[in-house]
Each structure stands twice: as C-alpha cells, then as structure tokens.
Write a protein of this length. Structure first.
Lengths: 116, 114
C-alpha cells in the first residue's frame, strides 16, 4: 500500500547527541514536510521541501537539519543545538497542484522523541 | 502572516449530541482552510477543506464546516457524536501563494461520554 513511513516510533536522545528521524514515502509526491507537535501548541513547521535537492526553513528550524537527496526520503536530524527536543514529530507529503492550489497533506504516524 | 485560533483545548460531549469545534483565522489573502483529525498515536487525517465555491463543506465521518468570511471563522460540526469521534482536531489555514504550507491551530481534544 502507498503511504508515509516514519521510523522509529519512539526515540531517545542523550545530552549533546544528534539523532535522525526517518521519513519515507512511496506516493511519488514532490513535496515533503516536517512538523513538530507540542501539547496545546498544535503543529509547527520545521522544514519543507518542494522538490529534490531543495528545502526551506519553516517557522522553527533552529536546531534542526534536513536533506532531500531522493524524492521518497526526507530525514530530519535533531542536533545538539536543539535545547528542547522532546516532542512528537510528524512527517507529511503532498503533490503541489499545477496552479499551486493546495492539495491535502498525507501524514505519517509520527515519532516520539524524548531526552534521557 | 497567518494564524489560527481554536477556542477550547478540550471539549466533552455526550454520545448523540452535537459536536461544535470553533476555529477562527487571520489571513491577509483569501485563505484555504482545513480540518484534520488525529487519533491516538497516529498521524493526521484530512476531514474536509475549503478552497473556493460553496461555503458549507461536507467531509468524512459526517462532519461539516462552514466558511464565514465576515466572521473569519471555519467552525466544525457534527449533528450526532459517536464514540469513535474521540480524537484531537486541528484547524489549519494556508496561503495559496505559499503552496502547501499549513499553519495549524492549537488543537481541540474531543471526549465523547456514553
């Protein structure tokens, strides 16, 4: 079945450690996104990529990095510079329409990151 | 800049009662508006969206929402709540010029009482 796969489901980070969250999609979507979810704050956009080898910062990009070397993959690295990394991370993808009309986002099932 | 405000972080309804979740937005351009639902430990699923045309939008699972430009609102309703409607609901707005980037509200958790 087509969809978005995030792994791992749970991840623990030690102080000063970088960790990478995986996001893979087989929907042939051009655009991919990373959101962070904190209680009571909804979702906030970290990074997004509209096409391979290109990505832009979202609203809260500090302390995070991404790459988009392949269309189907958009890994997110939480660096040691991110001082409050504990959150639920959601990856999403979509097909931007020909007139940049909004298409719906397809979301993965998320990764819960906690700090040890 | 766009923003979304969802009134009430928690809503409790009885099974069979009306579900009403409030969403107000601000946008400097004509908005695209969305409601998403999130079940425990899952990603988000699209309930419905407003782009252009009819202001009353029907979605999945019996939900509907009405876009009221004069009130900058996009409230979500369902006439009769079911136990399976217990979830967290997010309202979101997008600027068409920005493609698919969404700005989400803080979410409303719905509890359904038997």
């Amino acid at each position: 079945d087509g969809g978005i796969t995030q792994s791992p489901k749970y991840l623990f980070r030690k102080e000063g450690q970088n960790v990478t969250l995986s996001c893979e999609q087989n929907l042939n979507h051009d655009a991919m996104y990373w959101y962070r979810q904190d209680p009571g704050q909804g979702l906030r956009l970290i990074y997004y990529s509209q096409i391979v080898n290109d990505f832009q910062k979202g609203d809260i990009a500090e302390g995070y990095s991404v790459s988009r070397e392949k269309k189907e993959s958009f890994p997110l690295t939480v660096t040691s510079a991110q001082k409050n990394p504990t959150a639920f991370y959601l990856c999403a993808s979509s097909i931007p329409g020909p007139r940049r009309r909004n298409e719906k986002l397809f979301f993965g099932s998320g990764t819960q990151l906690s700090v040890l | 800049a766009q923003s979304v405000t969802q009134l009430g972080s928690h809503v409790s309804v009885s099974e069979g009662a009306l579900v009403l979740l409030r969403c107000n937005y601000s946008s400097s351009v004509p908005p695209y508006l969305f409601w998403y639902v999130q079940y425990p430990n899952q990603g988000l699923q699209l309930l419905l969206k407003y782009t252009t045309g009819a202001t009353l939008v029907k979605g999945i699972n019996g939900f509907e929402a009405e876009f009221k430009k004069s009130e900058t609102s996009f409230h979500l309703t369902k006439p009769s709540a079911h136990m399976s409607d217990a979830a967290e609901y997010f309202c979101a707005v997008s600027d068409s010029a920005a493609g698919n980037k969404l700005t989400f509200g803080g979410g409303t958790r719905v509890l359904v009482k038997p």
